[in-house]
Ligand binder design. Structure first.
Ligand SMILES: *Cc1c(COP(=O)(O)O)cnc(C)c1O
Length: 353
């Protein structure tokens, strides 16, 4: 029996995945040609389901990529006219900035402490920066940027295009997609699927910008990808199985408002536990910055080792700390694929601390 994993990516997959796989095999999807009607229908249905289940606005396009990391490059390549401006507090935001800078040395960044919310009024973003890069849910340090902060950013900088990394929050919490033109994620987090597929959502304004910039010729130039997407096809042989899984997960999930409530109530329960515990401490002390899908707990190196081992002995894997936070923290994925029974087991384990 595999251990229950609470790692925030790759994370626990939905228990229905083996049934989806069997269906894919039976229906010939594993060998389906990506120019076939069968594939085009799956693509069309998946895009429609993003709108129905996740409340993505009607005019947004869904594109498939290989990972969130690939989206970092694609955005700089095809959607930045002059430069991007990155505001981040953790490792994923920093990596995004690194990839952006490599392609476009004019990229700039502002680093925030993990307990500081973005203070929009005090920002001084250069006029020539045309894309604002925000990691909405920073998986590495368990922080988040709230919808309301994104909203203030957009109203303060209406001429800039907002690009939002929601790799570990999309499909786990409600996101107001109308606030930004560029959103992305990958499926091994809140979508509860095996790794190997990224998604990129673009508003019609972003699609227009791709055309204006006109970048082309790379295998993943957005102009080329969008041209294929117009026919519900992809520019290379895609992860058809992963896309099919995604369609099935979206079909079977309740609407995002419902998922959001459950995510929120589970996180509140975990937070009450940490607050009441003598030995557990929040990695993020400022409540306003705390992620709703990833809980970060900090402690001494000895304590972190001990609790991870104790969980392991009980058949549960806690997520390790990330990057520089590895020795002194652990993380818990509060993702929808975790069942109530699994969540209850975690809660009773943590209660003993
Ligand atoms: C996991 C993660 C990534 C990287 O995702 P890949 O699919 O491995 O490229 C990027 N950003 C955030 C916030 C993540 O949690």
């Amino acid at each position: 029996m595999a251990k229950i994993t609470f790692a925030p990516g790759p994370s626990k997959v939905y228990d229905a995945v083996p049934a989806y796989f069997q269906d894919a095999y039976t229906q010939g999807i594993l060998s389906a040609n990506h120019r076939s009607g069968q594939f085009m229908d799956i693509y069309r249905d998946t895009e429609r389901l993003f709108k129905e289940k996740l409340a993505v606005p009607e005019d947004y396009r869904l594109l498939f990529t290989s990972s969130a990391t690939e989206n970092w490059e694609i955005i700089t390549q095809s959607l930045v006219t002059h430069s991007s401006y990155h505001i981040y507090s953790g490792s994923f935001g920093k990596k995004w900035f690194g990839f952006a800078q490599h392609i476009n040395p004019a990229a700039q960044a502002m680093v925030l402490d993990k307990n500081r919310e973005i203070d929009v009024d005090s920002l001084n973003i250069p006029t020539d920066a045309d894309v604002l890069a925000i990691t909405q849910n920073e998986t590495s340090n368990a922080t988040q940027v709230k919808n309301s902060v994104l909203e203030s950013l957009v109203s303060a900088y209406p001429d800039k295009m907002l690009a939002v990394d929601t790799t570990s929050s999309m499909a786990g919490i409600y996101l107001d997609f109308s606030l930004a033109d560029i959103w992305y994620a990958s499926v091994q987090k809140c979508f509860g699927l095996p790794a190997g597929l990224g998604v990129l959502l673009l508003s019609s304004k972003a699609v227009e910008k791709v055309a204006t910039i006109g970048e082309h010729g790379k295998y993943n130039s957005l102009s080329f990808m969008l041209e294929n997407a117009d026919n519900y096809q992809t520019h290379y042989t895609p992860n058809v199985l992963g896309i099919y899984f995604l369609k099935r997960v979206l079909e079977d999930m309740p609407s995002i408002k419902h998922v959001h409530e459950k995510t929120e109530s589970r996180m509140q329960e975990l937070e009450r536990l940490v607050s009441a515990s003598a030995s557990l401490d929040f990695l993020v002390s400022n409540e306003a910055c705390r992620s709703r899908t990833v809980l970060g707990v900090s402690g001494t190196e000895g304590f972190i080792k001990e609790i991870k081992k104790a969980a392991d002995d009980q058949g549960m894997t806690l997520g390790g700390g990330y990057g520089p936070l590895k020795p002194t923290s652990f993380r818990i994925a509060n993702f929808p694929a975790i069942t109530d029974a699994e969540f209850d087991r975690l809660v009773s384990f943590l209660k003993s601390y």
